[in-house]
Design a protein around this ligand. Structure first.
Ligand code: PMP
Length: 369
């Protein structure tokens, strides 16, 4: 009896390229062990929560006013963090921020892609890249990775030369496969690309590979590096993503961003979380060690584990990945079916959660492998 419910999406005058498409769909289920969305499993410290609460309280006095449209204080803090983490002397003029790196990616496609333009990605990779391409009416050009899911740089360069895409996405470390892309390989892609190259470094803090930030000065008209506070920073609920690029890119994004897109509350909370970066990022080494422990244990059970530089692992081989995903769920462990035949992806959690993943995996290995 919901008013209007008799009309389905197909009855709407929706854009043709959105017809029949599905929405981003990681199930949000309440189960004991949630290892499906690549978050940092460590809850914020009391000191961080207190700092966020106090900062938001203070910011609350300004809630009748629009927030700082240009996000000056937070961008300054993010630039300082990036400079510290990568050694590249970026400043506020190199940094832009938005509600999650998904919004950053959307703004980039709004400015640099859209109708009549194309974006290329090396799949399997992050599922939102094609969805944001659809949302901005950008033609999506998927190019397959090698059989072992590593990026085939020769094939990538050939595809770029053949299709001349306006935007190239390189995810490093790649979600869901975990591989990083070396700087020399990125240079080859940047040299070939006629338009912009977005290096999506959502998981950079988990990897020892050098950041693409080191290439910004070399490719000021091509390179954009996107980052997020959702993963290593344990701030997924705060919604804060950012990018580093030459200052001209930030000027371009000012043309498409909605004014006041980052609320007073978001800006204050993110700055507070950044003040606690050292304690939060202290969990990164431990998560990397857990990733290696889980990978070794799964390998010992007979699973195929794709080597990962991030806080998740892709593993198999399963005869029917969807069925196996359900088996894990029935045992209280939520992992992710990313639609790659034979494989599932598990986020690295707390030690006890990982032990649960291994317990169920051991049980299944006896049956499946
Ligand atoms: N890029 C990649 C590769 C991701 O895996 C994710 C999160 N799943 C994001 C971007 C977006 O994260 P957020 O919008 O939370 O910053």
């Amino acid at each position: 009896d919901v008013p209007g419910a008799r009309a389905g999406v197909d009855a709407l005058p929706i854009r043709e390229n959105l017809r029949g498409k599905s929405a981003y769909g990681a199930p949000q289920l309440s189960v004991p062990v949630q290892l499906n969305t690549n978050e940092n499993p460590h809850p914020p410290t009391k000191a961080l929560v207190d700092d966020v609460a106090e900062s938001v309280r203070e910011a609350g006095r300004e809630l009748h006013r629009y927030p700082d449209r240009d996000v000056v204080a937070l961008r300054t803090d993010l630039a300082a963090y990036l400079a510290r983490q990568t050694g590249v002397p970026v400043t506020i003029d190199n940094v832009w921020a938005a509600n999650g790196s998904n919004e950053i990616l959307q703004q980039l496609l709004q400015a640099f892609a859209g109708p009549g333009r194309s974006a290329m990605g090396f799949v399997p990779s992050y599922s939102m890249h094609p969805i944001i391409a659809d949302g901005t009416d950008t033609e999506w050009l998927p190019i397959f990775r090698r059989e072992d899911f590593a990026l085939d740089v020769d094939a990538a360069v050939d595809a770029i030369n053949g299709h001349r895409p306006d935007v190239v996405f390189v995810t490093s470390p790649n979600n869901p496969t975990g591989h990083s892309v070396a700087i020399a390989e990125l240079r080859r892609i940047l040299d070939a690309a006629p338009g912009i190259v977005i290096v999506d470094e959502a998981y950079a803090e988990f990897s020892d590979a050098p950041s693409a930030l080191t290439l910004i000065d070399e490719y000021p008209t091509k390179l954009v590096v996107t980052r997020t506070m959702s993963k290593a920073f344990a701030f997924a609920g705060g919604r804060l993503g950012y990018l580093a690029a030459a200052p001209a890119f930030i000027e371009a994004l000012l043309l498409v961003r909605l004014p006041y897109h980052l609320s007073v509350v978001t800006q204050a909370a993110a700055r507070a979380a950044l003040r606690h970066a050292d304690e939060t990022l202290g969990s990164v080494a431990q998560l990397a060690a857990e990733r290696d422990r889980v990978s070794a244990a799964l390998t010992a059970m007979g699973y195929t584990v794709v080597p990962s530089d991030a806080n998740f692992i892709l593993f198999g081989l399963f005869e029917d990945a969807a069925r196996t995903w359900q088996h894990y769920l029935d045992e209280g462990v939520l992992i992710r079916d990313v639609g790659i035949r034979g494989y599932l992806r598990a986020t690295i959690g707390l030690v006890a959660e990982n032990d649960e993943l291994l317990r169920v995996s051991g049980k299944l290995a006896a049956k499946e492998l």
